[in-house]
Design a protein around this ligand. Structure first.
Ligand SMILES: O=C([C@H](O)CO)[C@H](O)[C@H](O)COP(=O)(O)O
Length: 210
């Protein structure tokens, strides 16, 4: 199981400062969608340059023009790029094809997918690298989470790695670990804590104990 730190509400210098604090406790650093909107792919480039040993995920949540956007994110240094599960099959296949060409990985974000099991089987067959259940900020605000959804994809996904994101905190991490996803994505559960380093270290320890 790997731990990904999601950075959503920071600028580039703040992102670099944050990662410096927790570098040894995470496997992947995510440049979140709001950061890409504010800073562009420069944020991916800057973080990859500052932390060449960490994998960087560009959370582009691609919906169209997938091959082109995967190419641009790859050129900026992203190791993993996200596309939405609700995108057209042709877009997802285009993303996979370009990622393979660039030696990169594709994570499919299943946010807002209605037939989760059915779509997970379909995208799994398209050769994506990760399938991620995700409760976004707007549904977190009304008390939703993705713990059951994780069990759903774990029961149907054969080839891809499974991942979970959305509001995971120290107290809910054990519930996630029980289902054994390959990747746990945490934003506010680390960045919103008074002691960021301690939160990341504790999460890493819990994940390693599995
Ligand atoms: O993808 C995300 C969200 O849509 C905003 O871009 C977050 O990175 C993801 O939800 C993880 O962050 P937390 O929910 O704060 O753990």
């Amino acid at each position: 199981m790997e731990l990904q730190l999601a950075l959503d509400l920071v600028n580039i210098p703040e992102a670099i400062e944050l990662v410096k604090e927790v570098e040894e406790h995470i496997d992947i650093v995510e440049i979140g969608t709001p950061v890409v909107i504010n800073e562009g792919l420069h944020a991916v480039k800057a973080v990859k340059k500052a932390f060449p040993n960490l994998k960087v995920l560009a959370d582009l949540k691609i919906m169209d023009a997938a091959g082109y956007e995967v190419m641009k994110a790859s050129e900026a240094g992203a190791d993993i790029v996200t596309i939405l599960g609700t995108a057209e099959d042709m877009s997802i296949k285009g993303a996979v094809e370009e990622a393979k060409k660039q030696g990169k990985k594709i994570l499919v974000d299943m946010i807002a997918v209605k037939d989760l099991a059915g779509r997970a089987k379909e995208v799994d067959a398209m050769g994506v690298d990760y399938i991620c259940v995700h409760t976004g900020y707007d549904l977190q605000a009304v008390g939703k989470n993705s713990f059951e959804d994780l069990q759903t994809i774990k029961s149907v996904v054969i080839n891809a790695k499974t991942a979970i994101a959305g509001g995971i905190k120290l107290d809910t991490l054990p519930e996630v670990i029980k289902v054994q996803p390959d990747l746990v994505i945490v934003g506010g559960g680390i960045t919103g804590q008074a002691d960021i380093k301690a939160a990341a270290a504790k999460m890493q320890q819990m994940i390693n104990q599995g």
